[in-house]
Design a protein around this ligand. Sequence first.
Ligand SMILES: CC(C)(COP(=O)(O)OP(=O)(O)OC[C@H]1O[C@@H](n2cnc3c(N)ncnc32)[C@H](O)[C@@H]1OP(=O)(O)O)[C@@H](O)C(=O)NCCC(=O)NCCS
Length: 134
Amino acid sequence: MNPLHPAIFAALHAQAFPAEPWDEATFTTLLPQPGMRPFLHERGGFLLLRIVLDEAEIITIGSVVRRQGIASALLAQSIAAARAGGATKLHLEVAEDNTAARALYTKFGFTLAGRRRAYYPNGANALILTLDLA
Ligand SMILES: CC(C)(COP(=O)(O)OP(=O)(O)OC[C@H]1O[C@@H](n2cnc3c(N)ncnc32)[C@H](O)[C@@H]1OP(=O)(O)O)[C@@H](O)C(=O)NCCC(=O)NCCS
């Protein structure tokens, strides 16, 4: 892990998720965990992937400059890394009312695997999406 990563991730996360920012201490704890792979985009984007055996999960993703292909580039990199790391499935959670993120994941071929009702603090449902990497 680059020693600057927790601060960079926290700064970008706060811009992408102003209502629920994860602080530097959170990323200091998360980033060294087994299987974690950080991805940063030079124009302001971040993605944290975790690979455990044959399953991978996107822990968080965001961009600070929208509709410029930043999240798509990070997602494509993380999909390639997950495959190279031996994962056959890639999972993530997204709020049902997050139309931008859902459109992004649909574009990449993610499909609905489950729903958690009232999962987020604002009462929104979480959708569990999966991409088959095999
Ligand atoms: C969701 C998010 C990561 C997308 O990042 P981005 O860099 O703007 O995404 P891209 O430019 O790569 O967009 C790729 C595709 O996603 C879809 N998309 C992205 N933003 C969209 C929006 N606001 N409305 C509809 N579709 C959207 C489009 O299909 C888009 O392709 P197009 O621009 O060719 O039409 C960004 O809006 C964000 O950071 N949101 C806040 C954090 C967040 O919700 N993260 C996801 C949590 S699960």
